[in-house]
Design a protein around this ligand. Structure first.
Ligand SMILES: NC(=O)c1ccc[n+]([C@@H]2O[C@H](COP(=O)([O-])OP(=O)(O)OC[C@H]3O[C@@H](n4cnc5c(N)ncnc54)[C@H](O)[C@@H]3O)[C@@H](O)[C@H]2O)c1
Length: 375
C-alpha cells in the first residue's frame, strides 16, 4: 500500500493514496507487464466529463486506450450492462492480457471489476475511484458485483484489482449529496475500528463536516485512515469468512432499505445514505444485543440523524403503511449474504471501535430497530 508517496506493502493490490496518486499510474503503465497491453477505460457520463481529462493529462499513454461509457447510477449495475461491456471487449478483440481501468464511483468499480473477473476467466483491472464512496470503500478489497432484479450485489466475485489509485483531487467536482453518502462509510469505519477517529468526527460536529474543503488535512486524514483500516481487514480475511464481516456494520439493514427503494423505483436514496440509516437501526440493536452503552447509543444516533435527517425524512415520506414496510424490510433481510440457516446475522458494536460479528436478532427486535428510522 502506498500512502502519500510512502510505500507500505500490505497485499497483492498496490494502493496509492494521496493528492496526486494518479501520477503513479503513468509509472505503472510503463512496466513490462503492461507495456504492450490493450487498455480499456470504463467511465460513466460524469466521470468521463470531469475525471477523464485529469487522468489523460497524467498518463499520456492512455491516448490510445478505448473508452467505454456506461449509464450512471445504481440501476445500471446490472447483468445487462455487463453484457454490453463484454460485447464491446469482444468487438475490440480484447485478450487475456488486456487491462481494464475503472474510473468512477462504486458503480463503475463494482461493474468493471465484475466484468474483468469473468472475461476470458479474468483479466487484470485497476480501480481509480472518483467518489468518496469509491475512495473510502468500494474500490478497495476486491469485492465485485452487480444487482439481480432489485436485490443488491447478488452476483459477484472476490477478485482483486492489480492496483488502486486514490487521488483526492477528483473530489472537487463530486456533488455534496454524494460526498454525504460516501461519508457514511468513513463514519462506519470509525465506529467499528477507530474510536479516536470517531471522537474527532464528533468534535468536528455534524453541521461542519461538509463546510470544509475536501482538500483540507482532516479530509485527507479521514480517507487515509479509512482505506488503511479496510485494507488491513481485507488482508486478514479476503473472502469474508470471519473478521471482514465487521465491515458490514450498518449494511444488513442498509442493503434492505436500499433494495426497498430500488424495488419501488425511488432512486433518491443513495447507497451511503441507506448505510447511514442502517447504522442508526443497528446502533439501536447494538444497545440491546451487544451492550453498547445508552450514552454512546444516543451520541451515535443523534449524530447520524442530524447528518442524515433528509434521508430519514425521505424514508418516512415514502411510506404510507409502516406495518407493511417493516414486514417488507424484514423479508428483504432474509437475502443478506451473512445469513446462515435462515438466521439473520448482524455485525454490531460493543462501543466505538469494538465490533462484534454474527449476532442474531429476532423479528420483533429487528422491527423495533427499524422503527427508530420512523420515529
Ligand atoms: N465493492 C465494495 O466493496 C463496495 C463498497 C461500498 C459500496 N459499493 C457499491 O458502490 C456503489 C455506490 O458508489 P457511489 O456512491 O460512488 O455511486 P456512483 O458510482 O453512482 O457515483 C455517484 C455519482 O457521482 C458521480 N461521480 C463520481 N465521481 C465524480 C466526480 N469526481 N465528479 C463528479 N461526479 C462524480 C457519478 O457519476 C454518480 O452520478 C453501490 O453500488 C455500492 O453497492 C461497493
Amino acid at each position: 500500500m502506498i500512502l502519500s508517496g510512502r510505500v507500505v506493502t500490505i497485499s497483492r493490490t498496490r494502493i496509492h493514496c494521496g493528492p496526486s496518486a494518479i501520477q503513479e499510474l503513468h509509472t505503472m503503465l510503463l512496466m513490462q507487464e503492461y507495456r504492450n497491453s490493450r487498455i480499456f477505460v470504463l467511465v460513466d457520463p460524469n466521470t468521463g466529463k470531469h475525471c477523464l481529462p485529469l487522468l489523460a493529462e497524467a498518463c499520456p499513454e492512455l491516448g490510445a486506450a478505448s473508452v467505454f461509457e456506461i449509464e450512471g447510477g445504481e440501476e445500471s449495475k446490472s447483468m445487462l450492462t455487463a453484457q454490453k461491456i463484454w460485447d464491446e471487449l469482444l468487438a475490440a478483440k480484447a485478450d487475456r492480457h488486456s487491462l481494464l481501468i475503472n474510473l468512477g464511483g462504486g458503480v463503475v468499480t463494482d461493474m468493471g471489476g465484475f466484468v474483468a473477473s469473468a472475461f476470458k476467466r479474468g483479466i487484470p483491472y485497476i480501480n481509480i475511484p472518483t467518489s468518496l464512496m469509491g475512495m473510502a470503500d468500494a474500490a478497495v478489497g476486491g469485492k465485485t458485483g452487480v444487482n439481480l432484479h432489485n436485490l443488491k450485489n447478488q452476483l459477484g466475485f472476490f477478485y482483486s484489482p492489480a492496483a488502486v489509485f486514490i487521488d483526492t483531487r477528483f473530489l472537487k467536482t463530486l456533488p455534496e449529496t454524494h460526498l454525504r453518502s460516501g461519508f457514511a462509510e468513513i463514519v462506519k469505519s470509525a465506529l467499528i475500528g477507530d474510536a479516536i477517529l470517531w471522537r474527532r468526527i464528533l468534535r468536528q460536529g455534524a453541521g461542519n463536516i461538509f463546510a470544509m474543503n475536501t482538500a483540507d488535512r482532516i479530509w485527507q486524514e479521514m480517507i487515509m485512515k479509512t482505506v488503511t483500516f479496510k485494507n488491513r481487514i481485507v488482508c486478514q480475511d479476503f473472502r469474508e469468512l470471519k473478521t471482514r464481516k465487521i465491515l458490514n456494520f450498518g449494511h444488513t439493514i442498509g442493503h434492505a432499505v436500499e433494495s426497498l427503494h430500488l424495488g419501488n423505483d425511488k432512486k433518491t436514496l443513495l447507497h451511503g445514505d441507506a448505510v447511514a440509516l442502517g447504522m442508526i437501526a443497528e446502533t439501536w440493536l447494538s444497545n440491546i444485543k451487544a451492550g453498547l452503552s445508552d450514552t454512546e447509543t444516543l451520541e451515535i444516533i443523534t449524530f447520524l440523524k442530524t447528518l442524515y435527517h433528509k434521508q430519514c425524512g425521505l424514508l418516512k415520506s415514502s411510506v404510507t403503511d409502516t406495518t407493511r414496510i417493516l414486514d417488507e424490510l424484514c423479508n428483504l433481510l432474509l437475502h443478506d449474504k451473512k445469513n446462515k440457516n435462515g438466521e439473520i446475522r448482524f455485525t454490531l458494536i460493543r462501543s466505538a471501535g469494538k465490533p462484534k460479528i454474527n449476532i442474531t436478532a429476532g423479528r420483533d427486535e429487528i422491527r423495533s430497530a427499524l422503527n427508530t428510522l420512523f420515529e
